[in-house]
Design a protein around this ligand. Sequence first.
Ligand code: GLU
Length: 486
Amino acid sequence: MNQDVRVRYAPSPTGHLHIGGARTALFDYLMARKHGGQFVVRFEDTDQTRHKESGIQDQLDGLRWLGLEWDESVDVGGPYAPYRQTERLHLYAPYTDQLLASGHAYHCYCSEEDLEKERAEQEARGEMGGYSGRCRHLTPEQVEAFRAEGRKPSVRFKVPSGRIIAFEDRVREHVEFESDGIGDFIIERPDGMPTYNYAVVLDDVLMKINLVIRGEEHLSNTPRQILLYEALGLPIPEFAHLALILNEDRKKMSKRDETVLQFMNQYAELGYIPEAVLNFIALLGWSPVGEQEIFSKEELIEQFDLGRVSKSPAIFDTHKLNHLSNAYMKKADLDRVIGLCVPHLVKAGLVPAERTAEEQAWVEKLVALYQEQLTYGAEIVPLSSMFFRDDVEMENEETAAILKEESVPVVLGAFLSKVETAQDFAPETIGAMLKEVQKETGFKGKQLFMPTRVALTGQMHGRDLNHTIHLLGKEKVAARLRLILS
Ligand code: GLU
């Protein structure tokens, strides 16, 4: 492109940022940054039934959390303000007048009941043609009569017949629609509110948007929009329609589908690393050239290519999400991981909100112990719950069976006497104590470590044993050993 690419994310502010919207916004962002253009965020808030006032903030929070800074929007303004549709209504009137004057649009006085009746009749005849266009040719007397009844007209766009509307989509390539399948559609409702197809065209034109990236569910709207651009004599932007994101069962996700994490606030609340989620979203439909899987935002900007976005649906792969999240967690600074984990321990009532230096040091070591294993912060709670119990809960029968082995009382007894007399309880000291137990009892390897781990944690596998014992602390360790020995 030799002009700046101007892209926009145009959500209806009906709730939190959804993964589908986040992907659109990310691809917008990457195109804008890659080509030195601008990323606009504007709100289509004219549907009062679905509108939620917090929706705008929720959407912006989601984008901000992902690290997608925008160039123009409701908060930062910009040369084409305002950026919410309800504040732009006055801008549309001249275009409506133009369409009416040029004969591309007309007033339609059909009531809801009229239209319902027409639909039913069409259906009975097995037709699916949309609006019949019967208000196209009203006589002045008919118009007068409708007005006298107090009817307010909507404005309909006159769809030309027999046209093929074709465009080259940046993702879907050549796309065609027949105009005969599209009935005359409403562009302005009787209350003066523009419909989506109309307002989106005018906003895109007025904001000089030249590349429209959006979900495939809008593909069938595009021919309507193209007809509007043509009728108004305005430049048509390029389009890129992104295929659906399906859940793991390859089914369309409903917003209530709980098998996948769909909203950015959920990720934020669970303590995911945003860069990991961004990386995951980038791969929903885009395939990089090589085998690389982990991409920083800068690398995405450099390598992203709309030409490598798939036409087929993307599958939400939770395994991949976890894999990427864990990879980012492992590489993250410990302080950051602590910041993602500790609020969850506090919320679960496991550690105090106000901590002494000693408590803080302990909780930091606890997070460090699990860092390698984590995919998101909240996971620290189930992973480390055994530290906070008074008793030991056996993971399963197999685990419980281990404590029935003959060697167990010998090993644990020897270890208990060392613990009771230990001068300090550092991980290295604990390692040394276990070595002495080995020497004294003759049990080594699995026979030594497995019963010790199981007795103290109830689990057969876990993090480094010396550090685990150290963090449990002398009192708890002694108590747990006594419990098993009794
Ligand atoms: N408000 C529409 C949506 O949220 C925007 C569609 C478009 O980008 O044109 O789906």
